[in-house]
Design a protein around this ligand. Structure first.
Ligand code: MRU
Length: 366
């Protein structure tokens, strides 16, 4: 998607420097910084420290991390260590394991001399596949928005609430939850987006609002607690969220606070959709609440916030007493029964075993 008129992906191989580059998301929206990653350690730090984040982008970054390491040491031992090293960075998003397994599946049978080139090629393909999945999510999600628009007065916008950043910055391009929104704008359907700020790290305020502004999508930033009120007053036509891991039975794990939005949506008859590419489905787990590991992050993410001071300097300030401890579960699980539909690259389905199996029969038996 575009930044000041120039098209960017969130991660790419730069032919001129021969390195992998990323947008360092820690500084957005106040500064746009591109950095190169040249070692396995740098890739791990970029994922763990959330320079890159969002399930699909974490997977793509890990794939390139393996590929770069194959240029340094293509041995079996190095491949195994790299899988473990990168896998330990963030436990919840399943795209990480998916991408690492994908690289192992390809590389293990190859002679060491062929591994680097093959790994770089596959990492680039994983990025391209993510872009295409997200484009198709947009094509299918657009029809949902179009149907809601058709029931409204001409010119009246479809009000969409979204949580966290499931935008192009969370993927390689297009985003998952945002792809239907960007497609609607391109199709000339009026929309307006309620952007949850998404404490503690404020991915909505920092990243989704920045994306929307760069793409001319009408939006308002809201505090995380405003959604229920807006739904009660008919100001939300649909919710579209992303997911870090969806079970084979349709339970959706996503950024903390998503579950509360789903409950409010159900109470108010607001359709609650989740957009996801198929690598985000974990076919090996069924009960999301019991089986998905929830990342517990540093308590300082809750105790402190980043922002721009009056003098323009970007700084972090503490918002609680010095001695106050904080808990910081980063994700929650929304049971499939609260989800109106899953928007995938193959179409929209029920958030259930039957729904997912109908679209992905080749995986559902696994
Ligand atoms: O902790 P983050 O910023 O990696 O969490 C990201 C989310 O929860 C996104 O909504 C999710 O990964 C879907 S991304 C397309």
């Amino acid at each position: 998607m575009k930044v000041d008129g120039t098209h960017y992906r969130s991660i790419w191989f730069d032919d001129d420097s021969g390195t992998v580059k990323i947008i360092d998301q820690r500084w957005l929206p106040h500064a746009f910084r591109v950095v190169e990653l040249t070692t396995r350690e740098a890739f791990a730090e970029a994922i763990r420290g959330m320079w890159v984040r969002g399930a699909p982008l974490i997977g793509a970054t890990a794939a390139y991390g393996v590929a770069v390491q194959m240029g340094i040491d293509p041995s079996d031992a190095s491949l195994k260590e790299t899988w473990e090293f990168l896998h330990a960075t963030r436990p919840t998003a399943i795209n990480l394991r998916w991408a690492l397994d994908e690289m192992n599946r390809l590389l293990l049978p190859l002679p060491e001399s062929e591994r680097h080139a093959a790994a770089m090629k596959r990492a680039a393909e994983i990025c391209d596949e993510d872009v295409e999945c997200n484009r198709m999510i947009g094509v299918h999600g657009l029809e949902l928005i179009r149907n809601i628009a058709a029931a409204k007065a001409p010119g009246e916008p479809v009000n969409i609430l979204t949580h966290c950043n499931a935008g192009w910055l969370a993927t390689v391009d297009w985003g998952t939850a945002t792809s239907p929104m960007y497609h609607a704008v391109e199709a000339g359907i009026p929309i307006h987006v309620w952007v949850d700020e998404t404490r503690p790290r404020n991915q909505g305020a920092h990243l989704s609002a920045w994306e929307m502004a760069h793409h001319g999508v009408p939006h308002h930033l809201i505090v995380d607690n405003a959604g229920g009120h807006l739904m009660q007053h008919g100001q939300v036509d649909m919710v579209i969220a992303g997911t870090d891991r969806t079970t084979a039975h349709g339970d959706v794990c996503n950024k903390i606070g998503t579950y509360l939005k789903a409950l409010a949506a159900r109470d108010n008859g607001v359709p609650f959709y989740v957009a996801l590419p198929s690598p985000t489905i974990d076919w090996t787990v069924f009960d999301g609440v019991k089986e998905i590991p929830i990342e517990e992050r540093d308590q300082d993410e809750v105790r402190k916030v980043w922002g721009k001071l009056e003098d323009g300097a970007v700084s972090r300030v503490q918002i609680c007493p010095d001695a106050t401890p904080a808990a910081n579960p980063a994700f929650d699980v929304t049971p499939g029964r609260l989800v109106t539909g899953l928007i995938t690259e193959r179409g929209v389905c029920d958030a259930s075993r039957e729904g997912l199996a109908g679209l992905f029969p080749e995986f559902a038996g696994a």
